[in-house]
Ligand binder design. Structure first.
Ligand SMILES: C[S@@+](CC[C@H](N)C(=O)[O-])C[C@H]1O[C@@H](n2cnc3c(N)ncnc32)[C@H](O)[C@@H]1O
Length: 461
């Protein structure tokens, strides 16, 4: 009787026995919802993997996990919750700031006093000053959309003086957001960067909530023009609410991580071999982009306004992100198109089908040649015999399906990454269009991702 009870308590489902869809799971616990970065991986995936691997002895406390595509930092944050160290890369400097914030716990008392100070009497005076002066400035310069009121330009006619695209924010809220950002720069003299960075991420999310950008669509869209005049959210209240929620999330996270572990986030192309020595990571857990940023998810485009209004990041750093993503106009690979399509018969067949449709075959080959290099990098840095988990979905290009899961498995073989599990998951809550229809009509979508896969490989011995 006793042994049966023990066996029941100890029972843990194997990787194949779990439901990887995690329907109904709460995904915003701890620091996971500090900012709504696009295409975040649900934390339950790294959580389940780390739980399984630490329980089965594949990973031990203090081991190192690598995430080449950090995004918001889900893998790094979860690794620390499981007593593991993390290293991650991203070519988006805003994603790097967010990942660091999500996986670091600043001193909570100091953070609380910085929050009090940035919303104290000085702020009330500044806010009132903006309100009064804006009213007089606005009466002279006001045009239909808030962003157009600026007389002074940043040089590019599409951007206003704050370095954000015109017409995406109401006024005077934009002036208040950027004034708060300046105040945070001043507070930097008194508080360390982790404290100020935490507040900046909340400011970036509050700015997103205040902007004209609509929720629930993947491409950037605004609320209808007719509704913009009446869109008048209160800056200070929105910011305080976001800060409060983020702070509670951090307090929750703080109880779950130990000072013994660290997360290192590098602003780098994940293919850069100086990022990590060969055979140095104990596991890889990552979700790569599904295609070049310009036809799938514009991570840079989504991050540019939050970065411009809430952080000291430069506009040109941000506009560089999308062309520098895999398959982007600024990237090249040492792996030839012919080589990658030789490695993957499925890629070759896909490209042939595309050739017949509309000649986008080279775009797809470009993406997969870059992507193959990232698989090579994962295989290079992971220790022999250790796991590599890749979460991905399939998309369509010009309505031709791109079976990225099969292509990944075929290319990975070249680097002695042997498939152990292909775990399908359905994502009913994800209504996000991964590619605009070929007609490129905003809001209309081509293929939707119906499924994702968690592919688990073992590195060759
Ligand atoms: C699907 S998102 C990752 C989401 C992440 N798992 C999360 O939970 O937030 C893919 C990320 O890859 C980044 N990226 C694209 N090309 C890259 C490259 N060559 N090196 C590093 N990061 C890259 C993008 O900027 C984006 O943040």
């Amino acid at each position: 009787m006793q042994s049966t009870l023990t066996a029941t308590t100890d029972y843990r489902p194997g990787l194949e026995d779990r439901d990887w869809s995690f329907k109904g799971a709460t995904t915003d616990y701890g620091t996971h919802d500090l900012h709504k970065y696009p295409a975040r991986m649900i934390p339950q995936i790294p959580d389940a993997l780390f739980e399984h691997w630490t329980h089965t002895g594949t990973l031990s406390e203090g081991d190192l996990v690598f995430d080449p595509f950090s995004g918001s930092g889900t893998t790094a944050a979860e690794a620390r919750r499981h007593g593991l160290n993390a290293i991650a890369t991203d070519i988006n400097p805003f994603a790097c700031l967010l990942s660091r914030t999500k996986s670091t716990v600043p001193d909570l008392d100091t953070l609380e006093s910085a929050i009090r100070q940035c919303l104290g009497t000085d702020w009330a005076t500044r806010e009132q000053f903006i309100e009064e002066n804006y009213q007089s400035a606005a009466s002279q310069h006001r045009t239909k959309h808030g962003g157009d009121i600026y007389t002074e330009d940043s040089g590019d006619q599409n951007y206003n003086a704050y370095g954000v695209r015109k017409g995406w924010f109401p006024e005077p809220q934009l002036a208040k957001i950027t004034a708060m950002s300046r105040q945070l720069s001043e507070l930097r003299a008194e508080y360390d960067h982790e404290v100020i960075r935490f507040i900046r991420i909340a400011l970036a999310q509050a700015a997103r909530n205040i902007s004209y950008q609509r929720d629930s669509e993947f491409k950037r869209h605004r609320i209808p023009e007719a509704d913009r005049e009446s869109h008048d959210p209160k800056f200070t209240e929105t910011f305080i609410e976001t800060l409060r929620e983020n702070f509670y999330g951090l307090v929750d996270y703080a109880t779950q991580v130990s000072d013994e572990t660290t997360a290192t986030i590098k602003y780098a192309d994940c293919r850069d071999t100086s990022v990590l020595a060969p055979d140095s990571a104990d596991a890889v857990v990552s979700s790569p982009p599904y295609g070049d940023h310009s036809t799938t998810v514009a991570y840079g485009g989504f991050s540019t306004d939050p970065a411009a209004v809430a952080t000291p990041l430069k506009l040109d750093q941000m506009t560089d992100v999308d062309p520098s993503g895999l398959g982007g106009s600024k990237t090249t690979s040492d792996i030839e198109f012919a080589t990658v399509s030789e490695w993957s018969p499925t890629l070759r067949a896909t490209v042939d089908a595309l050739k017949d449709v509309d000649g986008r075959d080279d775009d797809v080959l470009h993406f997969f040649a870059d992507y193959a290099e990232t698989l090579e990098q994962m295989a290079r840095v992971v220790k022999p015999g250790q796991p590599v988990a890749i979460v991905l979905g399939n998309r369509t290009v010009s309505r031709v399906p791109i079976p990225m899961n099969v292509i990944t498995i075929e290319i990975a073989q070249q680097f002695q990454l042997d498939l152990e599990h292909s775990l399908p998951r359905s994502i009913p809550s994800k209504t996000l269009p991964y590619e605009n229809a070929p007609e490129n009509i905003p809001g209309q979508t081509g293929g939707l991702i119906a499924d994702e896969y968690v592919l688990i490989f073992r590195a060759g011995q």
